[in-house]
Design a protein around this ligand. Structure first.
Ligand code: ZN
Length: 76
């Protein structure tokens, strides 16, 4: 088990609890699943910016990012 920094743990928690994400965070931490997702302007649960967002579900709940962070991998 990798030793995780406080910031990383915080980010993992954020990703786990995110309900809506913007395109940038979604493509950074998740994988976009094909489908007709609705997009609206709201605060992204990950970066806290007001942006066009969609449901975290459409990015496979950001599970890719959560896994990578948990393993101590860097996400660029
Ligand atoms: Zn975001």
């Amino acid at each position: 088990m990798a030793l995780l920094s406080k910031e990383t743990k915080k980010l993992i928690k954020k990703l786990e609890q995110a309900y809506v994400v913007c395109y940038d965070c979604g493509s950074k931490y998740g994988v976009h699943s094909v489908g007709c997702s609705s997009i609206w302007i709201d605060k992204c649960d990950v970066c806290d910016e007001k942006k066009p967002v969609t449901e975290a579900r459409d990015y496979a709940y950001l599970i890719t990012g959560i896994r990578k962070l948990t393993l101590g991998e860097e996400i660029k």
